[in-house]
Design a protein around this ligand. Structure first.
Ligand code: HEC
Length: 174
């Protein structure tokens, strides 16, 4: 009797567990235009507002495998801290191969003295620039003056080297 109970309990537990897993693995089903409608425009001011007022990017997770103030390379800065919006973290962890519409990566660029020199941002908007990964590029100073925004050739041409990693250098997306 006890063995039977244990067995049925085990089966129940297993089926519950696999049910959960299936839910986790199920692709997002919500209609994408509904999601897109909620996404802010690809515009520098709007994006700065989104990541500093509406949300605070410094509360977001850091790029997986990176700590605060890791050593960077030219041209971004001697030290870097890179944050990702929560859906980006999920996509990276799932090795999804492509970051979702609305994805945001924010990189703080520090001088050799570890002073914040600039913030550089990649923001994905489906349809914004399909030939070049649909990324909106933004660079702003610590006082939030916009230094560059949009389809910036400089950013695009260098990041093109990693276009088969969804234009992202810092770590694998698949
Ligand atoms: C000469 C090459 C080059 C140029 C130009 C460049 N980047 Fe990068 N970018 C990199 C490299 C390399 C990394 C990886 C971080 C590191 O180690 O420096 C990176 C990382 C990033 C990241 C973190 C996500 C990722 O791709 O890893 C963002 C955001 C970013 N760059 C934005 C920009 C923006 C915005 C511009 C233009 C204003 C720009 N980048 C111009 C080479 C470049």
């Amino acid at each position: 009797m006890i063995r039977r109970l244990t067995l049925s309990c085990l089966i129940l537990c297993l089926s519950l567990a696999s049910g959960c897993q299936q839910q986790n693995e199920a692709p997002p089903t919500q209609p994408s235009d509904q999601k897109a409608a909620a996404l802010p425009d690809a515009d520098g001011r709007t994006l700065i507002e989104l990541i500093t007022v509406t949300q605070d990017y410094r509360q977001w997770p850091m790029f997986p495998g990176k700590e605060a103030l890791y050593q960077g390379q030219h041209p971004h800065g001697a030290y870097l801290t890179t944050y990702v919006s929560p859906p980006v973290l999920a996509a990276l962890q799932n090795k999804s191969g492509k970051l979702p519409d609305g994805a945001i990566i924010v990189k703080e660029n520090y001088s050799p003295e570890k002073e914040l020199a600039a913030v550089t941002v990649m923001y994905r908007r489906a349809g914004y620039n399909p030939e070049e990964g649909d990324w909106f590029w933004l660079k702003y100073s610590p006082d939030q003056t916009i230094l560059a925004e949009g389809r910036i050739d400089g950013c695009i041409n260098c990041h093109r080297a990693v276009q088969n990693n969804d234009w992202v250098f810092t770590g694998p997306v698949k």
